[in-house]
Design a protein around this ligand. Sequence first.
Ligand code: CDM
Ligand code: ATP
Length: 286
Amino acid sequence: MSTLRLPAPAKLNLMLHITGRRADGYHELQTLFQFLDHGDELTFTLRNDGQIRLHTELPGVDHDSNLIVRAARLLQSRSGCPLGADIQLLKRLPMGGGIGGGSSDAATTLLGLDHLWQTNMGEDCLARIGLELGADVPVFVRGRAAFAEGVGERLQPVELSEPWYLVIAPQVSVSTAEIFSDPELTRNTPAITVRSLLAGGGHNDCQPVVEKRFPEVRNALNLLNKFVPAKMTGTGACVFGSFPNKAEADKVCRQLPADMPGFVAQGRNISMLHRKLKELEQEVNA
Ligand SMILES: C[C@](O)(CO)[C@H](O)COP(=O)(O)OP(=O)(O)OC[C@H]1O[C@@H](n2ccc(N)nc2=O)[C@H](O)[C@@H]1O
Ligand SMILES: Nc1ncnc2c1ncn2[C@@H]1O[C@H](COP(=O)(O)OP(=O)(O)OP(=O)(O)O)[C@@H](O)[C@H]1O
């Protein structure tokens, strides 16, 4: 097959504790990742001339610095593969939203091209390549809901309930680097065990800093808190709350003001990307 269409799902950080800072400035954290059944979509078509061409432009991101192109080139150089690809992106996820759009696009590119080019690099190698592109890429490569430590790369798969979430996307883009460099950020939350976490929640240490800088995020949290407990994901801007069923989440979603668009999606412990790749493997083996 020379064309492949694959999902790049969003993630939520159900909690995010910052437990320290490394000498290189990166932060040690503890976070719980779950995927959503909502995301971007990428289409890969094989090229024999070795060129990587992304045919969709993103505002403010030039072709060569797009994480999709960077992921494709890194896989090419690590595998020595002479093949290339034409790539189309259907962008649904807000950029700088804390739901991992860019990281998920990068992971889908690594797995998609590994499949198309038949480079057979293996998941461990692809996760290592992913980490060079961003702290959030490895969890998308692994495709399992996970408790993460280190800078987000030490992953322990977890089995979570799969509720319906309403995600609100305030119309601001939050820079992850800026939030992590804010002097007011709490960086000394005591480490907890995964067991105590699963028993009792957790919070997001980035939330107070983002709320202070972005009133749009504070307003979205206040609005959602009227219905269910609301939290921010990652370094924002998106906020989310869980609902007992889709109908209740949809009802609140319909009431959102125009400057606070939202979407409803189900939490998933196995990413849609991995479901799709498994289906493809089963087709080949049938
Ligand atoms: C906040 C999270 O979204 C939680 O899932 C991630 O840890 C961020 O992951 P990401 O977007 O892939 O971030 P990267 O592209 O690796 O890093 C962006 C910037 O955020 C800061 N950064 C990121 C991750 C981390 N553990 N400590 C940091 O201090 C660094 O200044 C870095 O330059
Ligand atoms: N394919 C891509 N999709 C989105 N952003 C990209 C992409 N490639 C590069 N970028 C750059 O990365 C930045 C962060 O994008 P992203 O959508 O991953 O943010 P995020 O959701 O806050 O991520 P995270 O949750 O990992 O912190 C963008 O503002 C953009 O400049």
